[in-house]
Ligand binder design. Structure first.
Ligand code: SF4
Ligand code: SF4
Length: 214
């Protein structure tokens, strides 16, 4: 799932400027699950952005999934609103901008990561950078591109402290220690002797990709 985080009020108010009519569009997929940009959060956001003194009117609407042109184009009518404020991820926002070329579409959120919910309550762990050439068959199913802050492909940097990453020894496990432990437990540590060649970063960009059946 994609994790987002709502922007600070100051930044949002700055974006809205002197607009008097705004439509906040929530996304009830990933952002609702993570409680960062679903209907409830969008309504709370609208309330927090309006004060008794100003002339700003904010309406709130929502779509089941903002990253789907078929779901936004037919369901929304931004009509009179000067601005659209999207609480979705960057992909959802761009679907809105494509569907409504005559409107200014603004991001209410920052897109943080593709991740999975951890065992601890309210924890999402980064899992994937969408590199387009998955090689975690060689790393025990753990991704060093996404989980090592340096993106190291051929083993640890040497900075780990008791299995934790030197970048944040309190919060980030060194993924290379995890990879080593898992491969050792599986009797496959020998595969780490293989040197991973430099990545072909062309695989990272897919501006237009055909997917059958969606
Ligand atoms: S190797 Fe690439 S596709 Fe696989 S998990 Fe890591 S970033 Fe994602
Ligand atoms: S300590 Fe481990 S996770 Fe942290 S930067 Fe070094 S190799 Fe990467």
């Amino acid at each position: 799932m994609i994790l987002t985080r709502l922007k600070e009020q100051r930044r949002l108010k700055d974006m809205l400027g002197d607009a008097t009519s705004v439509l906040v569009v929530a996304c009830n997929a990933c952002t609702a699950v993570h409680r960062t940009g679903g209907t409830k959060e969008a309504e709370a956001l609208a309330e927090s952005l309006t004060t008794d003194e100003d002339k700003l009117t904010i309406d709130v609407t929502a779509v089941p999934r903002q990253c789907d042109l078929a779901l936004v184009g037919d369901r929304l009518e931004p009509g009179k609103h000067q601005l659209i404020l999207s609480t979705a991820c960057g992909a959802g926002l761009q679907a809105l901008a494509t569907a409504f070329p005559d409107h200014i579409v603004l991001p209410a959120a920052d897109t943080m990561l593709i991740g999975y919910k951890g065992e601890e309550e309210d924890t999402v762990l980064e899992g994937c950078h969408a590199c387009g050439d998955c090689f975690v068959d060689r790393t025990a199913g753990l991704c060093p591109l996404a989980r090592c802050p340096k993106g190291l492909l051929n083993g640890p940097c040497g900075g780990q402290v008791d299995g934790m990453c030197e970048v944040d020894v309190q919060a980030i496990p060194c993924v290379w220690v995890l990879i080593w432990r898992r491969l050792s437990a599986l009797g496959r540590a020998g595969q780490l002797l293989r040197v991973e060649p430099p990545r072909d970063w062309r695989s990272e960009r897919h501006p237009r990709t055909g997917v059958e059946g969606i």
